[in-house]
Design a protein around this ligand. Sequence first.
Ligand code: UD1
Ligand code: UDP
Length: 361
Amino acid sequence: MKHAFILGTRPEIIKLSPVVRSYIRRKLPFSIIHTNQHYSPQMDAVFFKQLELPAPEFNLNAGSGSHGAQLGKMLESLEPVLQELAPEAAIVQGDTNSVLAGALIASRLGIPVAHVEAGLRSYDRRMPEEFNRILADNLADYLFAPTEGAKKILLGEGFPESRIHVTGNTVVDALQHVAGLCDKLEPLERRWNISRGHFLLVTLHRPENVDSKEILTPILEAINELSTRHGLPAVFPVHPRTVRRLKEFGIDLPRTFLALEAAGYLSFVQLEKEARLIITDSGGVQEEACILGVPCVTVRLSTERPETVEVGANLVTGVAREAIVAGAEKMLARRSNWANPFGDGRAGERIVDIILESRTD
Ligand code: UD1
Ligand code: UDP
C-alpha cells in the first residue's frame, strides 16, 4: 500500500506539506513525484528544506515551456512512473498544469485521485487555472473542499455529496507550522531596513497581469502612488515570470519599490505578518493575508477565494490605476478584526483520516 503525491510548483509544495508530514508522523508509505514545473532553487528546493519534506523520489524534469509542451512532457513521463509505482491513491493540490497532468494520468490508470482544494471557481475563463481546477475536480474520487462555500459550488455542479469532504485549507496548517520559526528570523529592520507595519507587500505573477505591458504598468503606477503618498516602501519579492517580463518590457521599478528575489517561505510569511497592506494577484497570498489578519487588495477581475472578501479581509479592485488606489485606501482604513474562514490547522490530518478510512486492505 503506497500513496503518491504529485506536485510541481511553489504553492503545491507549501499546501501539500502538512499532508506529507501527516504521512510521515503516521509512518505511512508514500512517494513524492515532482514534475519540476518549478525548478529554480527559490521556487522549489527552499520549500522542501524549510517545510521539512523529504526529497522527491521521482523527478519528471518538465520545466518551463508552452502549455502544450509542458503538459506533454509531464503526461509522457508521469505515465511509466505511476505504472511502476502503482500507488493506491494519487494526491494533487490546486490548479496548476502539474495538477491537471497528475489527475489525468492517474485517472487513466485507474488510480483513485484525491484533489486537495477542490471546488474553487473564479469563473474567469481567461485563466488556465480555472480549466485545470474544473478538470481536476471532474477526474477526482476524493474532493477535499477547503470551505463550505467550495462544497456548495461542487454540489451545484452535480458532484455527489459522498465524494466531497470539507477539511479546511491546508495553508492554515502550513502557517501554524512555520509561525514559531518565522519569529526567530532576523528582524526586518536589520535585513532590509523596513519596519513592522510600515511597508506594502506586493506579489504579481498572473499572466493576465504581467504578460501585458499595458496592464502591468498602471498596476505598478498605482502601487507607486500609494507608496509615495503614505511613505510606505513597496516590498516586492518578484516571481521569475515577472522578472522576465519586466526585463522584456524595459520597465525599471520606481524607487519606492524594494525588489527582492522570490522569497523562501519563512521570510515571506514574516513579510506578510508585518506588512501594513498586501497587494497581490496570488491565490495563496489572499488566503494567508486573511488568516494572518493583514488587509489585502487583489489586483484581478475575480477571486476564487470569495471567503476573504466576505469576511472583509480582501478587496478585488480590478487592474485600473484609480480603482487600485481607491481600494487600497479603503483597506488601509480597515480594522483587522475578521474571523479566519479557512479552518483550524488540522486539514492535513483530516485528509489523511478520510483517505485511510476508505482503504480496502
Ligand atoms: C504556475 C501556475 C500558476 C501558479 C504559479 C505559482 C500553471 C498554468 N500556472 O505559474 O497557476 O499560480 O505557478 O507560482 O500551471 N520560471 C523560472 N523558474 C522556475 C519556474 C518558472 O524561471 O522555477 C519562469 C520561466 O521563465 C517560466 C515562467 O517563470 O517560463 C513561468 O513558469 P510556469 O511554471 O510556466 O508558470 P507560472 O507563472 O510559474
Ligand atoms: N510565497 C513565497 N515566497 C514568495 C511569494 C509567495 O513563499 O516570494 C508563497 C506564499 O506564502 C504562498 C504561495 O507562495 O503560500 C503562493 O504561491 P503563488 O503566489 O506562487 O501561487 P498561487 O497561490 O497564486 O497559485
